[in-house]
Design a protein around this ligand. Structure first.
Ligand SMILES: Nc1nc2c(ncn2[C@@H]2O[C@H](COP(=O)(O)OP(=O)(O)OP(=O)(O)O)[C@@H](O)[C@H]2O)c(=O)[nH]1
Ligand SMILES: [Mg+2]
Length: 673
C-alpha cells in the first residue's frame, strides 16, 4: 500500500519539523531554506508506518510560494492540515485548506503543532476555531491531534491516524495511460537526468518510451526508483524518481508531464466548471488568471459560458435597487431579460472556457485551481469538462446546454451514462469530420478498454454511425446521405445523358472537410439498400436514373454501335461513321461520348473499338499460349495476318495488349503472358 500525504498550513506552523519528526528526513533541502528557516520549495520524505508506505510532500507556507504548494498538492491522497497551537488559523491555513477542498483531496488529518507551547484552555480555543474552519468540508470529523515535535507528544497517535486513513484513499488508475506531472528535474552523478513526481495514473517501467509534454520530446526510461529503492516498475499512487536517457536537464522543467505517447494532445483551450471561493472577489468575464493543474502553472483568461447558477436573483435585485433610486414614484417597469452574466459572484459556480497563453496537457476530469493574476491569491477551483472544445461561440444558450451535457461528478457512480453523454456531445462537435476513436480516450477521457462498448451503445441508440475509426453523428450522417441523393438528382436533371457524377468529384463537392471513411460508408449504405438507391462504379448514379434519349438520338446511338460492332478490329473511319449515323456532327459526337462512357466503345490510342471486339481479341491472343505451350510469341507480321488488319490498327492494338498485360514486348516480338 502506497499513499502520498501532503502538508498544508501557514508559514512557521511546524510542517517541516513535523515531517522530520515522523520520518527522520529533513524535507528542507535548499541552502537558502536552512539559512532563512523557511520552506521555499517542495520537500520530500518517506516512512513505512504500520506496513503502509507513506510518502510526504512538504509544502511551503509562505504566501509568496503558494504556487510551489500547488505543484505539490496536485497529486496527494491525504492532507495533514497543520495549525500551530500558539497561532491558530492564519491566512495560508485558509488558503491551503481551500485549495485542498477545491482539488477534492478525499481525506486528511488536522495536526495542532507546538502543543508544548500552550495551555489546555488555549488548545481548546484553537480546536474550536479549526472545527469552525472545516465545518461542512471533507475535514469535518477528521482526527484533530495535538502534537509536539519537541516533546514527541501525539506523534504515535498521528502515525496511527495516518495508517487508518490510508484505507480511505481512492484507488488510482493503475492500468490507465501513464501520466507523471514532473515536480523536480536534476542531474545525479553517474545517472544523468532524473525527474521526480507523483505518478497519478498508469505505470512506468525501465525501458519505457514516454513523451515529455508539452513539448513532445521523446524520452527513454533508464531506471525507476520508488522511495529510494530501484524498482523494475512504478505504479500510479507512488512517488517516483525516473532516470531518463536522451534528454538534458535544461530540456525539462516542472509543469511538464511524462505521458504515454499519443495519449494526450497539447491544448490551449478547455471548457470547465468552476466554483468561486466565497471570500474571493467577483470573477469577471475575460479576467486574466493563473491556471494551476498538476505541477503546471499557465497564464490564461476565463470566459463565462452562458449564464450561471445563483446569479439571476442577484442581478434582479441590483436592477430593482437602481430603479428605486432613479424614480421612487414610478411603478417598476418589467425587467428586461437578463443578459448572460458577465461575472461570477463569490460562492457561485459557472461554466467557463479557459483560454491559455501556453499549451497544457489536460484531460477531462482534471481538477485545477485558479489564482488571480495580481495579487496572486486563490480565487476558484474547477473541473475540466472538455480539453479540446470546438472554437464556437460561447455566449449562447446552446453553448450552455452543451456544457450541461458535459458536466459530471468524477466521484459519482454513473460513469457509463456520463461517458456516453460526453461522447454524444463530442461527436456532435466533430461534425462531418467525425470523432476519432483515439479522441474518445484523449479528449473524452474514456479508458481505451471501454471505447468499443461506448461506441456500441451510441450506435445502438441510433445517435451515431461508425465508419472506419471515426464516429459521426447520426443526424449529420443522414444529412450526408440525403445530400448525395440530392446532388445526384440535380446532376441527372441537368445532364440527362451523363451516367453519373465521378465518385471523387462527388466527395469533394459534398464532403471536402469530412473523413473519407464516412463518405465510403454512406455510398456503401446507399447502394446496399433493397432496392438500392444508387449505383457506385467510377461514377455514382441513382438507380432510378435512365438515359433518356430522343428517338433520333437512339437511332444514331444504335447505328453507331452497329457500325463499330461490325467493324470489329477494323473500325469505321470518320466518313463511314458519318454515313452510318446520317445525323449532324454534334449529335454523332454526343452519342460517341455516351458509348464510350457506357464502355460499349473503348478508346485505344486515337481509335475507337467496340468492346466486344477487344474482348474477343484478348481471349484469342491469350489462347495462343494455351495451344502453343510455354513460350507463345507473336510479332507484327503474324498479328496482321492472323487478324487481317493493317499496320495502322496492328500497332495500337498490340500496344493495347501490352497495357492490358496480355502480351509483353521483347524487341521485335511479343511474348504472350
Ligand atoms: N516548541 C515547538 N517548536 C516547534 C514545533 N514544531 C516546529 N517548531 C518550530 O517552529 C519553527 C517553524 O517550523 P517549521 O517546521 O520550519 O515550520 P514550517 O511550517 O515548515 O514553515 P514553512 O515551511 O516556512 O511554512 C521552527 O523554529 C521549529 O523549531 C513544536 O512542536 N514545538
Ligand atoms: Mg517548512
Amino acid at each position: 500500500m502506497n499513499i502520498v500525504v501532503g502538508t498544508a498550513g501557514h508559514i512557521d506552523h511546524g510542517k517541516s519539523t513535523l515531517v522530520l519528526a515522523l520520518t527522520g528526513t529533513d524535507p528542507d533541502r535548499l541552502k537558502e531554506e536552512k539559512a532563512r528557516g523557511i520552506t521555499i520549495d517542495l520537500g520530500f520524505a518517506h516512512q513505512i508506518i504500520d506496513g503502509v508506505n507513506v510518502a510526504f510532500v512538504d509544502v511551503p507556507g509562505h504566501e509568496r510560494f503558494v504556487k510551489n504548494m500547488l505543484a505539490g498538492a496536485g497529486g496527494i491522497d491525504l492532507v495533514a492540515l497543520i495549525v500551530a497551537a500558539d497561532e491558530s488559523v492564519k491566512p495560508q491555513t485558509r488558503e491551503h485548506f481551500d485549495i485542498c477542498r477545491l482539488l477534492r483531496v478525499p481525506a486528511g488529518v488536522i495536526v495542532l503543532t507546538k502543543a508544548d507551547l500552550v495551555d489546555a484552555d488555549t488548545l481548546e480555543l484553537v480546536q474550536m476555531e479549526v472545527r469552525e474552519l472545516v465545518a461542512g468540508s471533507f475535514l469535518e470529523g477528521a482526527p484533530m491531534l495535538p502534537v509536539s515535535a519537541k516533546t514527541g507528544e501525539g506523534l504515535d497517535a498521528l502515525r496511527t491516524a495516518l495508517a487508518e486513513l490510508s484505507g480511505r484513499v481512492l484507488g488510482r488508475d493503475v492500468d490507465g495511460v501513464t501520466r507523471l506531472p514532473i515536480d523536480r528535474v536534476f542531474t545525479m552523478k553517474g545517472f544523468g537526468t532524473v525527474v521526480t513526481g507523483t505518478l497519478v495514473s498508469g505505470r512506468i517501467a525501465a525501458d519505457a518510451d514516454l513523451i515529455a509534454a508539452p513539448g513532445g520530446r521523446h524520452v527513454k526510461v533508464r531506471g525507476v526508483q520508488v522511495h529510494g529503492q530501484k524498482q523494475p516498475e512504478a505504479a500510479a499512487g507512488q512517488r517516483v524518481a525516473i532516470n531518463l536517457a536522451g534528454v538534458e536537464v535544461d530540456d525539462l522543467s516542472r509543469g511538464q508531464a511524462l505521458v504515454t505517447p499519443g495519449a494526450f494532445e497539447e491544448t490551449r483551450l478547455a471548457d470547465a466548471t468552476i466554483e468561486v471561493l466565497p471570500g474571493a472577489r467577483r470573477l469577471k468575464h475575460g479576467a486574466r488568471v493563473r491556471f494551476h493543474q498538476g505541477t503546471a502553472e499557465v497564464l490564461g483568461r476565463v470566459a463565462i459560458i452562458g449564464g450561471q447558477e445563483g446569479q439571476d436573483r442577484q442581478d434582479g435585485q441590483d436592477r430593482q435597487d437602481r430603479q428605486d433610486r432613479q424614480d421612487p414614484s414610478r411603478p417598476a417597469a418589467p425587467a428586461p431579460p437578463a443578459p448572460p452574466a458577465l461575472e461570477i459572484s463569490p460562492g457561485a459556480r459557472a461554466f467557463v472556457r479557459l483560454r491559455l497563453e501556453a499549451p497544457a496537457i489536460l484531460a477531462r476530469g482534471d481538477r485545477f485551481i485558479l489564482r488571480a493574476y495580481s495579487p496572486p491569491v486563490t480565487i476558484a477551483g474547477g473541473l475540466i469538462l472538455d480539453p479540446r472544445p470546438p472554437r464556437t461561440a460561447i455566449r449562447t444558450a446552446a453553448a450552455l446546454a452543451r456544457c450541461q451535457q458535459l458536466a459530471f461528478d468524477p466521484a459519482a457512480s454513473d460513469r457509463v451514462a456520463v461517458e456516453e453523454r460526453a461522447v454524444a456531445v463530442m461527436v456532435n462537435d466533430a461534425g462531418v469530420a467525425g470523432l476519432s476513436l483515439a479522441a474518445m480516450t484523449s479528449r473524452a477521457g474514456i479508458d481505451p478498454r471501454h471505447v468499443d462498448a461506448r461506441v456500441a451503445a451510441l450506435v445502438g441508440a441510433a445517435q451515431a454511425v461508425r465508419a472506419g475509426d471515426v464516429l459521426i453523428s447520426a443526424t449529420i450522417y443522414t444529412q450526408l446521405k440525403d445530400g448525395i441523393v440530392k446532388a445526384l438528382t440535380a446532376h441527372h436533371k441537368a445532364q440527362p445523358l451523363s451516367e453519373g457524377v465521378p465518385r471523387e468529384e462527388l466527395r469533394e463537392q459534398l464532403f471536402a472537410r469530412g473523413h473519407a471513411a464516412v463518405f465510403d460508408r454512406a455510398l456503401a449504405d446507399l447502394s446496399a439498400g433493397s432496392p438500392p438507391a444508387i449505383f457506385v462504379k467510377d461514377r455514382v448514379a441513382l438507380t432510378t436514373h435512365r438515359l433518356e434519349l430522343t428517338e433520333d438520338e437512339e437511332r444514331v446511338r444504335a447505328a453507331l454501335e452497329r457500325a463499330y460492332r461490325e467493324g470489329g478490329l477494323r473500325p469505321p473511319d470518320a466518313a463511314a461513321v458519318a454515313a452510318a449515323a446520317a445525323a449532324p456532327p454534334p449529335v454523332v459526337d454526343r452519342m460517341l461520348k455516351l458509348l464510350v462512357r457506357q464502355k460499349t466503345l473503348v478508346k485505344v490510342d486515337v481509335l475507337l473499338f467496340h468492346d466486344e471486339a477487344l474482348k474477343a481479341l484478348k481471349a484469342e491472343v491469350a489462347a495462343l499460349k494455351n495451344s502453343a505451350g510455354t513460350a507463345a510469341r507473336i510479332d507484327v507480321a503474324t498479328f496482321k495476318e492472323r487478324f487481317g488488319v493493317s499496320r495502322k490498327f496492328a500497332i495500337p492494338l498490340l500496344e493495347y495488349l501490352d497495357r492490358e498485360r496480355v502480351t509483353r514486348r521483347t524487341g521485335e516480338t511479343r511474348i504472350v503472358l
